[in-house]
Design a protein around this ligand. Structure first.
Ligand code: Q46
Ligand code: ZN
Ligand code: ZN
Length: 310
């Protein structure tokens, strides 16, 4: 297998582009794909203040590294979830990464915010951990960005993540989610900060290869709470399709963005400031405040059925 650019020995094959690359040309390919996603989708402007959501895994650290190399000035925000050793190791790797490159890292702890970690939050409210966790992270990232003047939050979602989410939305006919699924979520005047996914043109294995080739020391272990997540099954199915027909994931996701999504019109949502925390929400109290209130009520033995907790 030879590099399509220089005919030297290739180290990574990218079947959907009918290409293979040597180390240097693979890195160039990755940077080009990210720059293209940023430009095609209007993700970032030169004067944007960028906050990268960094978990310590390969995707978010690779994203931080790539944006830095492309000449942006991204800061990082790590949310400590309180999931035992996994969280501690993820935080240590994130700190080391930032320290080695002289990047600015902010850290927010869920336990300091609400008094306990994600596992306890999910247990007390009987929520699926990833659902409670996702909501918590979205809330904390938006709030931190808003309060500290960041204009964009960048996340490490890759092509496989986007394809799995789309497949889940299609299988359950989540029309509203489909209407909103995008690599760019614009800012709103009520205080939702713009969200972007610059890795959306890269498959998970390409991001992993990039992280390894760049010597990024990322957290390899999976979050212990991810076990049994349906997104894993969707990714497995999509990988089997991709193996037989390279390009399937890209056609699925970008075909949807370009030709499918317009058939699922967005229902307009009016947002207002949450009465408790001030974050934008369609109701009077935001979903995060309702969830944490339910968790506190459950702990103190009060009835959690105050009528606004779902
Ligand atoms: S950290 Fe949180 Fe993930 Fe763990 S509990 Fe689920 S959502 S799997 S990206
Ligand atoms: Zn080459
Ligand atoms: Zn709130």
């Amino acid at each position: 297998m030879k590099c399509v650019k220089c005919r030297g020995p290739a180290v990574v094959e990218v079947s959907r582009h009918h290409a293979a690359f040597c180390r240097d040309h693979f890195v160039e390919h990755v940077l080009r794909q990210v720059q293209r996603a940023i430009e095609d989708e209007g993700m970032l402007a030169p004067d944007d203040r960028i906050l990268v959501a960094v978990s310590g895994g390969k995707d978010s650290l690779a994203l931080w590294d790539i944006l830095h190399r492309l000449g942006y000035r991204p800061d990082g925000l790590h949310v400590q979830l309180g999931i035992g050793a996994y969280s501690e190791e993820s935080a240590a790797r994130t700190r080391a990464f930032a320290g080695e490159r002289g990047l600015t890292l902010h850290v927010v702890s869920v336990a300091e915010e609400i008094g306990f970690g994600i596992g306890e939050l999910a247990r007390r409210t009987r929520r699926i951990p990833c659902s409670a966790c996702g909501m918590t992270k979205r809330h904390l990232f938006n709030r931190f960005a808003r309060e500290h003047g960041y204009t964009v939050v960048a996340t490490g979602h890759n092509l496989d993540d986007e394809a799995a989410t789309l497949l889940g939305n299609v299988l359950h006919w989540q029309l509203d989610y489909m209407a909103r699924q995008s690599a760019v979520m614009p800012a709103t005047e009520e205080g939702l900060v713009k969200k972007v996914k610059p890795l959306v043109r890269l498959a998970e294995r390409e991001v992993a290869a990039y992280a390894v080739l760049q010597g990024i020391d990322y957290e390899v272990d999976e979050c212990p709470m991810a076990a049994g997540a349906t997104s894993h099954l969707y990714k497995e199915v999509l990988n089997r399709l991709e193996h037989v027909a390279p390009g399937t994931k890209q056609q699925f996701v970008f075909g949807f963005y370009e030709r499918g999504r317009r058939h699922f019109p967005k229902e307009p949502v009016r947002l207002q400031a949450c009465r408790v925390c001030g974050e934008p929400t369609p109701g009077e109290v935001c979903a995060f405040c309702r969830l944490t209130e339910r968790a506190r009520a459950a702990a103190s033995g009060r009835s959690a059925s105050s009528g606004n907790g779902r």
